[in-house]
Write a protein that binds this ligand. Sequence first.
Ligand SMILES: C[S@@+](CC[C@H](N)C(=O)[O-])C[C@H]1O[C@@H](n2cnc3c(N)ncnc32)[C@H](O)[C@@H]1O
Length: 318
Amino acid sequence: MYQIRHTAAKGLGVFATRNIPRGSRILSEKPVFLVKSEKDVYNAFRSLHEQDRNELMQLSVSSQRRSNLLGWAEGLWHASRQALSGGLVVARGDSQTKTRLPDLYSITEYPAVLNVFRNNNFDIGNGTQAIFKDICRLNHACIPNAQGNFNSNLDRFTIHALRPISEDEEITLSYLAEHGASRDARQHRLKSNYGFPCDCPACDSTTERGKLDEEARQKMQSRLHSYAQSVSEHDCPDQAAELEIMNQMIEMREEQGLAGRELATMCFSAAELAAKIGRRDVALKLANKGLRLDEDAVGTDNPIFEESQARVRAMAIV
Ligand SMILES: C[S@@+](CC[C@H](N)C(=O)[O-])C[C@H]1O[C@@H](n2cnc3c(N)ncnc32)[C@H](O)[C@@H]1O
């Protein structure tokens, strides 16, 4: 269904080898390793088989992430800590005393491993970060056509198509948790967190598509801002007006081509509010839309989908 090959300007990428319908599971992969904290990365890496280590070091790295000097400082710090925990005692002329000096190889390898990790790790929830062989080749787009989620039933990370993807089209994910941000905010986050300036179509301010997308985001932000201001001026927020704004946000995102779990969650929140103010028809429509988006993004075998179904049942609208 997919192949990994070179893109024009983003290094490698993942491409569809046939037309892929919305909701299809494109990829399902077990992580090469999982860590809870960056300080565990090097040890996790060293515990892999040599072939896995070599493959991992082929993943892309960012030149902007860390200066060489900083990387070396981190490596030296790591090697010294390892040596100390292994009982470093510098020779005292006592033949019984073990001498273990920092391993020079790990001083240089450590920053290289960390650079690969920082450029490729995926947050799979519960404070866990994972590295995958194929999934790490997926490039970012601010309006992605696919989404990744961890499936704890399968113990795998899955990638699902959020809309129909054509043969030969690049398959993309959003690396950002929040999709509604303005172009400047997205560019800033991608540059500072991932080290690259995004060149996706939504970020291209020279095209009609890029301009319209940015205008829609700015409009929604000013709408939200004026609503927040009016709420702060009144003691009792108008829930019907709140529902109206939520609906507008959902519609705007759909028009932009955004889908996935973030939008599903917005639909469930709006459905709960609609049910609360007695708008059962609106609540039902929103809840069903949320379930459809969730099913497409994660699949019915994912516990996330079961949780969403339970959330809708709790609204007591069906
Ligand atoms: C997780 S890797 C993705 C796969 C990578 N292209 C490769 O060759 O292995 C992330 C790196 O891909 C590049 N990249 C991903 N999305 C991009 C985008 N929208 N614009 C520019 N570069 C991007 C950046 O170099 C980024 O550091």
